[in-house]
Design a binder for this molecule. Sequence first.
Ligand SMILES: Nc1nc2c(c(=O)[nH]1)N[C@H]1C(S)=C(S)[C@@H](COP(=O)(O)OP(=O)(O)OC[C@H]3O[C@@H](n4cnc5c(=O)[nH]c(N)nc54)[C@H](O)[C@@H]3O)O[C@H]1N2
Ligand SMILES: Nc1nc2c(c(=O)[nH]1)N[C@H]1C(S)=C(S)[C@@H](COP(=O)(O)OP(=O)(O)OC[C@H]3O[C@@H](n4cnc5c(=O)[nH]c(N)nc54)[C@H](O)[C@@H]3O)O[C@H]1N2
Ligand code: SF4
Ligand SMILES: [Mo]
Length: 807
Amino acid sequence: MNAHLDRREILKLSALAGAGAVAAARAGASAVAASLPSETGAIKWDKAPCRFCGTGCHVRVGVKEGRVVAIEGDQLAEVNKGLLCVKGYHVGLALYGKDRLTRPMLRKGGKLEPISWEEAIEVVAQRIMTSPEKFAIYGSGQWTIPEGYAANKLMKAGLSNNHIEPNARLCMASAVTGFLSVYGVDEPAGAYDDLDKCDVLILWGNNMAEMHPVLFSRVIDRRARGEKVTIIDLGTRRTRSSEFADHYWEFKPNGDLAIANGIAHLLLKNGTYDKEFVERHCAFRQDKTAAALHGESMTFEDYKATLAPFTPEHVAQLSGVPAEKIQMLADLFGNRDLRITSTWCMGFNQHNRATDINRLCHSIHLLSGHFGKPGDAPTSLTGQPSACGTAREVGTMCHFLPGGRLVENAEHRADAENLWNVPAGRIKPKMGYHTVLLWEKFCTPTDKGGDISTVWVQVTNPGQSLPNLHKLFQAKKDLEDKFLIVSDVYPTATTELADLVLPSAMWVEKNGIYGNSERRTQQWFKMVNPPGEARDDAWQNIAVARKLFELGHAGMKDKEGKFLFTFKDEAGKDVPAWEWPHYHDLNVDKALFEEYRAFSRLKHKDLAPYDEYVKARGLRWPVVQQPDGSWRETRFRFAEFDDPYVKKGAGIQFYHSTTKDDRAQVWFAPYTPPAEAPDAAFPFWLCTGRVLEHWHTGTMTMRIPQLHGAVPFAYVEMHAADAEERNISNGDSVVVKTRRGELRLPVWVNGRSQPPRGNLFIPFFDERLLCNLLTLDVTCPISKEPDYKKCAAAVVKAGLAAGAGTF
Ligand SMILES: Nc1nc2c(c(=O)[nH]1)N[C@H]1C(S)=C(S)[C@@H](COP(=O)(O)OP(=O)(O)OC[C@H]3O[C@@H](n4cnc5c(=O)[nH]c(N)nc54)[C@H](O)[C@@H]3O)O[C@H]1N2
Ligand SMILES: Nc1nc2c(c(=O)[nH]1)N[C@H]1C(S)=C(S)[C@@H](COP(=O)(O)OP(=O)(O)OC[C@H]3O[C@@H](n4cnc5c(=O)[nH]c(N)nc54)[C@H](O)[C@@H]3O)O[C@H]1N2
Ligand code: SF4
Ligand SMILES: [Mo]
């Protein structure tokens, strides 16, 4: 049995039977790797990163007669070495749903009516001109880097408006605040190579078998080669990942805070922490206000004393994980001969104390010295294909500037104004509204403080993915003067309330660049034409900017009076890229990327020239030029053996330390209960999330017959004993209620995953069954990311069968 076959097996096992079999069968086809681009018969092949998750696999895309006709795993790609999961194998079909949006549409008399692009761009620009400060862009970690960069520049450098946010606020914002408060700079120090080297892998509530399947297979594959790797799955429900774990330990919601403190407590009590590492590289910190990014310093003695109550017994009580397991985890961390990698995703980030739990996980790695060696790493996994690249690195959040910098810092603004060549003072010094606040302001009447009047949504589906939808989205219905613009590729829950719909080109219908979970920047070229009149998102931003320029908006000019998006072709001739027939006269992606690159060097996130990415299957930043002219990527940051920015002889150097002494911060954070907990009226915990076959709101995967067929509708999972007690059988229709809404859907007992007693789980991919009508919009006070993972719910058996389907 060769290694690839084993990885295929696990990918197959992690899928439902039907869809998994397809994955396994198709994986064999990936043996035809060749240098790219190439032609086999009439099929022309080229490379692209997969459209879906943050793993960032590379696919080979086969095009024939203007259509994507084949997809293979790219064997030249280090991330996936030829393998894909079931979504990857079907990614080409995401383009070919029958109801692609093909024309701009404006709501007239309650109905969306086709209009011309010229009119559509005019409508957007006029809307902005009416009140530029009440305009907002709500974008995405699925924006390409140039798209996000163009939108960010339009807003911050052009409109002096910081109301721009990506959906990554719902996703990675807490990982960002975690990294910033521990290391002073965002994104993981390690790389996927850690997964090849670790002896122990701890999943802190992330369901890697379904959400980062190819990455998970990279670990499972090692077992098949005879290597020993112990997988510990800490979670609030049994998932596909638990099936592959050596240990599955279930904790109560928010119990992770107690577990991490329990480990730290024992490391200190038993003297098994890494004294030398701590003395050389760490400082101690806490946040008494419970809302600050940087908090106050504390002494080692204070740190130890604050942890004293977290005995294994006390932790067991808070978390539900037995005391001896806490001891076992502490023993593992206390053993310097082992290499330990921790991974996490939304279990940590969607949490009312999300920044805290991120900090604590980094802290136990630092305290025990499990840091800075291959395999020894706290590794935050990113969800979307370019949440790192476009949301975090390009800084499309309301408080960021490109390159990991801040709008509230005068020096950072001055640097950005220089690079953008706009007059000093152009960038507004106050941060904009974070996502939840932005939608609250949009859904509040103008005379009641609702001072966002127009939102332009790009590459995201907030009508389905925002929490507490009645309040944060559907309330827009009754507000006549609010205007919603949506750029998408399909009709969605968001276009349903849109006043203007703009049809977009997607994935290989345009050039693109994504940045994945391990700091890897990946480029692709346009391979097919978009359908009908669908156009690139970057073009849409540039065309609106040009219209604003023509309407006399002063912000659309730079210091010399030139239009902000001025492009030249290779001969040095100006190209009016805002005119669609000229958009492809040059590679706009390349031009925008080269401009953006200058920002990447401000905080050691150096990117290589565009052409280097054309040759590679992605490169991990910082990418630094060598004396021989070649470009070298960095796998392990802060470690002298690999990171070019670490001083010689330092070993480890946290060169963006918040205390400016090259130290990372070890944090204390208390155990805090969830924001809402079950009570007599709402006796269940409700958790929400995803399944392997579907991508988020399902707009793409529900239109792919194989994936739709595998999991055709949403359901609520509950424990068999809870169901029995209520006389509920598999497939019965129930109503799930919370303080915010209710939803009728079928029950799945002993299904894909198994929540413990008193817990429910609903996936959010089904637009007919919107679980976000139920969820809570409470956020982590520091990251402002909502906690979708727990609220209190009740379940009542419904009288009639559910509309969507039964098992
Ligand atoms: N197939 C597929 N893959 C995807 C995506 C997709 O839509 N489909 N989306 C991508 C994106 S954007 C993201 S963000 C990731 C999400 O990837 P994950 O975070 O791995 O997945 P979720 O289903 O959101 O999270 C569910 C898990 O949250 C954990 N959890 C619940 N409460 C707590 C708690 O209090 N503490 C902790 N530590 N854990 C808790 C539970 O154990 C549960 O299994 O997946 C990415 N990959
Ligand atoms: N209940 C619950 N809700 C959640 C979460 C949860 O765990 N539970 N997780 C949150 C997280 S982590 C995330 S990341 C979000 C994701 O939430 P969303 O971003 O809202 O979900 P997607 O389905 O990825 O939306 C992407 C949209 O872009 C469209 N699209 C695809 N390609 C293109 C393109 O090239 N151009 C344009 N203009 N449009 C395109 C798709 O059709 C789709 O409508 O959901 C959040 N919401
Ligand atoms: S693991 Fe993620 S990136 Fe890789 S094929 Fe699957 S969805 Fe695509
Ligand atoms: Mo996400």
